[in-house]
Design a protein around this ligand. Structure first.
Ligand SMILES: Cc1cc2nc3c(=O)[nH]c(=O)nc-3n(C[C@H](O)[C@H](O)[C@H](O)COP(=O)(O)OP(=O)(O)OC[C@H]3O[C@@H](n4cnc5c(N)ncnc54)[C@H](O)[C@@H]3O)c2cc1C
Length: 208
C-alpha cells in the first residue's frame, strides 16, 4: 500500500514538495486554505490596479527546469520565458545609475575605450516589442529603426580620451518565435540583429 503524505499549503514550496513526493510514489494530499493555489505567487486585482503579492521576477529558472525534468516534463511546454536585459536598474539619491545598467555600450578598442549612450535604442526596442508586427502564419517579424547613439562625455580612455560626437545607428531585428504565441513574448527560434551606422568623432585640442 502506498504511504500517505499530507502537504499543508499550496505555495511554491508545497506544490514542489507535492509534485516530487507524488512522483516518488507517495499518495499525496495537498491542502490549501485560500481559494486558489500559488501562495504568494498571486496577484490582487483591485479597482483597476494589479498588485503582485510576492515574486515578480524569476531569477533561478533552472530550479523549475530541474523539478519539471525530474517528473518527465518540460517547463517550456507550459510557459515561455524570455530573459530581460537589463533585469532592473538602480537609481541612487545623487541621480547616478549603477554602471552595469546605464543603457551605455562600452567599446573596447585596441587603443582605448569609450562608451555610447544607447538609451534611444533601448527605448525603440522596448516599444517595438510592445507592437510586435508578427506574421502569424510564420510567427516571424522584422523591425528596423534608426536612433542616435552619442558618445558619453568623459568616457574615453587611452587614444579616445577627450573625444565627443555621435553615431547614427540603424538596427534591424529579424526574429522567428515559437508558435502559437506570436506577439514577441514567446521563446525564440532564431534572432538576427544587424547594427550599421556612421558617426562623427572630434577630439578637443590639447590644452582645451
Ligand atoms: C513582496 C515579496 C516579493 C518577493 N519577490 C520575489 C521575487 O521577485 N522572486 C522570487 O523568487 N521570490 C520572491 N519572493 C519570495 C517568494 O514569494 C517566496 O519565496 C515563495 O513564494 C514562498 O513560497 P512558499 O510556498 O514557501 O510560501 P507561500 O507562497 O507563502 O505559500 C504558503 C501557502 O500555505 C498556505 N497556508 C498557510 N497555512 C495554512 C494552513 N494552516 N492550511 C492550509 N494552507 C495554509 C497559504 O495560504 C499559502 O498559500 C517575494 C516575497 C515577497 C513577500
Amino acid at each position: 500500500m502506498r504511504k500517505k503524505v499530507i502537504v499543508i499549503g499550496a505555495g511554491l514550496g508545497g506544490i514542489s514538495a507535492a509534485i516530487s513526493l507524488a512522483h516518488e510514489g507517495y499518495a499525496v494530499a495537498l491542502h490549501e486554505k485560500n481559494a486558489q493555489i500559488g501562495g504568494k505567487l498571486n496577484v490582487l486585482n483591485e479597482s483597476g490596479y494589479t498588485f503582485d503579492l510576492g515574486p515578480s521576477i524569476l531569477t533561478l529558472p533552472h530550479i523549475f527546469d530541474r523539478l519539471f525534468a525530474k517528473v518527465g516534463r518540460k517547463l517550456s511546454d507550459y510557459v515561455s520565458l524570455r530573459a530581460l536585459r537589463p533585469h532592473w536598474r538602480n537609481f541612487f539619491p545623487d541621480g547616478k545609475v549603477d554602471r552595469e545598467h546605464t543603457s551605455q555600450l562600452e567599446l573596447k578598442l585596441v587603443h582605448g575605450t569609450f562608451r555610447l549612450s544607447i538609451a534611444s535604442i533601448d527605448k525603440k526596442i522596448a516599444s517595438a516589442h510592445q507592437h510586435w508586427p508578427a506574421n502569424p502564419r510564420t510567427c516571424s517579424a522584422s523591425i528596423s529603426f534608426t536612433a542616435a547613439a552619442p558618445i558619453v562625455t568623459g568616457s574615453g580612455t587611452g587614444s579616445y580620451r577627450g573625444i565627443s560626437g555621435s553615431f547614427t545607428v540603424t538596427v534591424t531585428i529579424d526574429e522567428v518565435d515559437v508558435k502559437p504565441v506570436c506577439n514577441g513574448t514567446s521563446k525564440l527560434l532564431s534572432q538576427v540583429i544587424l547594427l550599421a551606422g556612421a558617426g562623427t568623432v572630434t577630439r578637443a585640442a590639447a590644452g582645451d
